[in-house]
Ligand binder design. Sequence first.
Ligand code: PEP
Ligand code: MN
Length: 297
Amino acid sequence: MEPRESVAAVGSAEAPKVHAKSGVRLVDKEARPRTLVRVGSATVGAGLCVIAGPCSVESEEQLLETARAVKRAGADLLRGGAFKPRTSPYDFQGLGLEGLRLLAAAGRETGLPVVTEVMDPRDVSWVADHADLLQIGARNMQNFTLLKEVGRCPRPVLLKRGMQATLDEWLLCAEYILAEGNPNVILCERGIRTFERYTRNTLDLSAAAAVLERSHLPVIVDPTHGTGRASLVLPMSLAAVAAGAHGLMIEVHRRPAEALSDAEQALTPEQFGTLMVRVRGLAAFMGAGAAEREGGR
Ligand code: PEP
Ligand code: MN
């Protein structure tokens, strides 16, 4: 069999052209006004956008029950992993194409746009056929071939911060996507690895605030992976909103104890309902200050 033409070979081997005004990168605040990323019916970058759903798509019933619950509670987007980057190869790896089909169907039924992770450059175009927003996971933040591929795709991209990545490395990964011609990038702070083991990661809210200061790209916060503990998701969601985040990503499972991945950190639909009331209340309270924050930077 002929070797598959590599994605890297399709693109130019040259560095992208010099951008905009000299010294100003495409991600920089100075490059342009605040980017609003439209994902189906949702907009990220103005107001508060909440993405919710299970870590993994496990079955039609599991996904639909959770999707209906998060929709009822007021979520703006549905999440669900079909390709799961698991630490152990023996853990549940996701349902693959079947998971994508279930996710797209749940999106149609609830009217929620859907986001799912793509791990392999070869999968980008057909994952994009099923999802409204492509997630690049923390473990793939610096997969430059993947970044270039989603940069050439007409779908918006959610770029999670790598668990060992500095702020500049994260922004340069967004730059890769922008440099390929895709301007619709949302940054997601999801915690970094530190010496602390009580929490799964250390949620770096200062990075979210710093990105708001440094870039025109919208930034959302994932307090679920950021803490790894369901009990800490509500307080950290409120803290993220108070820090000015444009959105949240929250894992919800109809029965968290039975989840095939990330069981310790998923909220029940009921806990998610409570969270939504609290974060929407805080976002409304913050509303007046938001324009001031944006204008002041
Ligand atoms: C996820 O969103 O389920 C996920 C794997 O996230 P991260 O890449 O941040 O670990
Ligand atoms: Mn997860």
